[in-house]
Write a protein that binds this ligand. Structure first.
Ligand code: KG4
Ligand code: ZN
Length: 361
C-alpha cells in the first residue's frame, strides 16, 4: 500500500543523511553530511555536538534530497526515520523531523531500526545481480557495532554473537591513537600496516577458537599499548599496525566460521577455489544454512578483513557480499529501503513511537 516515494532519514551517530527512494527501490535523491571534522578535535564523537549538528543540517539535507527527486513533501508515500539504536539526541532530531513531515502531509511513518537497515541493505534492488536469499549471515562491523546476525527473513533476525567490550572499529581507532594516528584511525592504521611485518611483534587473538561467535578487543588494545611502550624505533609502529590488523582479520575469520556453523552451513571444500567450491555446493544441492556472507559497516572497507572473510565464504561455497562503501557506512538510502520493506509487509508505526538508544534486533 505504498502511494509514492519514501523519504529516509538517518541521524543515529555522526552522519546526517536523507534519501528519497521510489517504491521499487530506485534512489531518486540522496544527501549526506559527515560530522567527522567537527568531532576530530575531540578524538571521538561528542553526543551533544552531534545532536546540535543534526538539528542544524537535517532540514536542508531533506529538502535537497526532495529537490533532486523533483518532489515536494506531499508527493511522498511515507517517511522512514532511524529511531534507534544510537545517540539519543540525534535520534530525537531525525525521528521528530520525520514525524513532523509525516503528520503535516498525512503520510505513514516508519520507525526504522538502524541495525535492520544495515541488515537489509544487500536486498536493495539494483545493488547486486541477484539479492541474497534468506537466510544469510550479516557481519556488522563498525565503530559502534560488532555483531554476527542471522538474517532469516524480514523482521526475523537472530543475533548469534556480539562484542563483550569494544566494537571492532573502536578497537581500530583506539589502537591507531596509541600509534599516534589521527581519528578516526581505522583507514590510517590500514595504510601503516602495509609497511609493516605482521610477524615481528605477535599480538593476542582474543576468543580465537572459542565456542560461539562473540568478540573481545580490549585485551588486544592493551597488548598494543604495551607493545608501543616497548618500541625502540619508529619503524616498529608499522609492525604493530600490521600485527594488530592480522590479529583482527584472523579473529573475524574464526568468528564468521563459527557463525556459519551455528546457522547449519556446511564446509564444502578445503583448498578449492571459490568457484570450484560454489560449484561443488550447487552439485550437492546444498543450500543448507546461509546463502551468503554479508559484511557491512565502516570496517568492511578494510582489505585484510575482506580477504580473510572471502576465504571463509569460499570454504563454504558462498559469495562474500560487501555493499559499496557508501552503503556500508551510515546512510539514509538503507533507512528508506528498510522503510519500504516494512511498509510492503504492512508494518507502519505510530508517531507515538519513541526513539530508543538501545534497541536490539
Ligand atoms: O560504519 P561507520 O562509518 O560508522 C560508525 O560506526 O561510526 O564506521 C566507522 C568505523 C571507524 O571506527 C573507522 O575507523 C572504521 O570504521 N574504518 C576502518 C576502515 N575504514 C573505516 N577500520 C579499519 N580499516 C579501514 N579501512
Ligand atoms: Zn551504522
Amino acid at each position: 500500500p505504498l502511494a509514492g516515494p519514501v523519504l529516509g532519514l538517518e541521524s543515529s551517530c555522526d552522519e546526517t543523511a536523507a534519501a528519497v527512494l521510489s517504491p521499487d527501490g530506485r534512489v531518486l535523491g540522496e544527501t549526506l553530511l559527515s560530522q567527522t571534522a567537527e568531532h576530530a578535535r575531540f578524538g571521538g564523537v561528542v553526543p551533544e555536538v552531534a545532536a546540535r549538528s543534526h538539528l542544524r543540517h537535517m532540514p536542508a539535507l531533506a529538502a535537497e534530497a526532495l529537490r533532486q527527486a523533483g518532489l515536494r513533501a506531499n508527493d511522498l508515500g511515507a517517511v522512514a526515520a532511524t529511531s534507534g539504536p544510537g545517540l539519543i539526541g540525534g535520534l530525537i532530531v531525525g525521528a521528530s523531523f520525520g514525524k513532523g513531515l509525516a503528520l503535516a502531509n498525512d503520510l505513514p511513518f516508519v520507525a526504522v531500526n538502524h541495525l535492520e537497515a544495515h541488515a537489509l541493505t544487500p536486498r536493495l534492488p539494483g545493488l547486486l545481480p541477484e539479492a541474497p536469499a534468506f537466510p544469510y549471515l550479516l557481519l556488522l562491523l563498525s565503530g559502534g557495532h560488532c555483531q554476527c546476525v542471522a538474517v532469516e527473513g524480514l523482521g526475523r533476525y537472530r543475533r548469534l554473537g556480539t562484542t563483550l567490550d569494544d566494537a571492532v572499529g573502536e578497537a581500530f581507532d583506539k589502537s591507531a591513537k596509541l600509534l599516534g594516528l589521527p581519528w578516526p584511525g581505522g583507514p590510517h592504521l590500514e595504510r601503516l600496516a602495509r609497511e609493516g611485518d605482521p610477524k615481528r611483534i605477535p599480538l593476542p587473538r582474543p576468543l580465537l577458537g572459542r565456542e560461539g561467535c562473540d568478540f573481545s578487543f580490549s585485551g588486544l588494545k592493551t597488548a598494543v599499548s604495551q607493545a608501543v611502550g616497548r618500541l625502540t624505533d619508529e619503524a616498529g609502529k608499522a609492525d604493530i599496525a600490521a600485527s594488530f590488523q592480522a590479529s583482527v582479520a584472523a579473529v573475524m575469520a574464526d568468528r564468521a566460521r563459527h557463525a556459519l556453523r551455528m546457522m547449519g552451513t556446511e564446509i564444502v571444500g578445503g583448498k578449492m577455489s571459490a568457484r570450484a567450491t560454489a560449484e561443488a555446493a550447487a552439485a550437492k544441492g546444498a543450500t543448507r544454512g546461509a546463502t551468503a556472507l554479508v559484511v557491512s559497516g565502516g570496517v568492511a572497507a578494510n582489505s585484510a578483513i575482506r580477504e580473510a572473510l572471502a576465504t571463509v565464504a569460499a570454504q563454504h561455497g558462498l559469495p562474500l557480499i560487501a555493499p559499496p562503501i557508501r552503503l556500508c557506512t551510515d546512510n539514509a538510502v538503507m533507512v528508506a529501503w528498510a522503510g519500504i520493506e516494512r511498509l510492503r509487509a504492512g508494518l507502519a508505526d505510530s508517531v507515538e513511537h519513541a526513539p530508543r538508544p538501545r534497541w536490539p534486533l
